[in-house]
Design a protein around this ligand. Structure first.
Ligand code: PXP
Length: 246
């Protein structure tokens, strides 16, 4: 049984499509803060937002506004000195470290932590000493799980894109086995386990049934898409139930 983190980036994507020049004008809509508030009311345990270096959707001002009123904020960000400084000042409940490439449409792979203890350790320690739960978004492979622990992370978020993109049942099964092994190893090393990327109303039930150690699932695109047909609140309530294994 997992709790749900709702990723609100694509609410900001829609706003930016029309109000890029003045996203905080009184005319601008939809407001990611409103989405975050309603998501919490509908049962989301965490609000997740990715402040990208290119600011293509969420803006720093969104994060500041959300931080003030939301119960639990997970800030996704690249491992960059300016982002670490921003997070230490803001003190979100969680930071999820992700790789970032300007040309990508969305996050493509997990962070490569191999051999990077010296590179990642001090930044992770700084975030942790600000009282932030630090998660590394990684591919479900043993070396990355071990490197996350060696680098001092509290938690790993397993990249579920491989599972989400697998079409044939054998391929899905293969991906689920990798997820299960990585989750089991992470837990045995004392790490909290989250998961996300590409999870949908169709594939999440099987994932949750198979990977019981996952505490939080971070899901965005599928929820925003379904909300177009059934509304934001119902889309979230449905996903909260699926994440809980109902
Ligand atoms: N987790 C991480 C680390 C991500 O980068 C993203 C995408 O921004 C998600 C979860 C959510 O992915 P999706 O929008 O495919 O549900």
């Amino acid at each position: 049984m997992a709790s749900l983190g709702v990723n609100i980036d694509h609410v900001a994507t829609l706003r930016q499509a029309r109000y890029r020049a003045d996203p905080f004008s009184v005319l601008a809509e939809p407001d990611p803060l409103e989405a975050a508030r309603l998501a919490e009311d509908a049962g989301a345990a965490v609000i997740t937002a990715h402040l990208r270096e290119d600011k293509r959707h969420i803006q720093p001002e969104d994060i500041l506004r959300i931080r003030r009123v939301i119960r639990r904020l997970n800030l996704e960000m690249a491992f960059l000195p300016e982002m670490i400084a921003f997070a230490c000042e803001l003190r979100p409940d969680e930071v999820c470290l992700v790789p970032e490439r300007r040309e990508e449409v969305t996050t493509e792979g997990g962070l490569n932590l191999l051999g990077g203890e010296e590179r990642f350790g001090p930044g992770i320690a700084r975030l942790r000493s600000a009282g932030i739960l630090v998660t590394a978004f990684i591919d479900p492979v043993e070396g990355q799980v071990r490197a996350a622990q060696a680098g001092g992370a509290d938690c790993v978020e397993l990249h579920t894109g491989g599972y989400a993109n697998a079409i044939r049942p054998e391929a899905q099964e293969h991906e689920l086995s990798k997820q299960a092994a990585a989750a089991e190893l992470a837990r045995s090393l004392g790490l909290e386990v989250h998961a996300g990327h590409g999870l949908t109303y169709r594939n999440v039930r099987r994932y949750v049934a198979r990977i019981p150690h996952v505490r939080t699932l971070n899901i965005g695109h599928s929820i925003v898409s379904r909300a177009l047909w059934v509304g934001w609140e119902r889309a979230i309530r449905e996903m909260v139930a699926l994440a809980a294994g109902e």
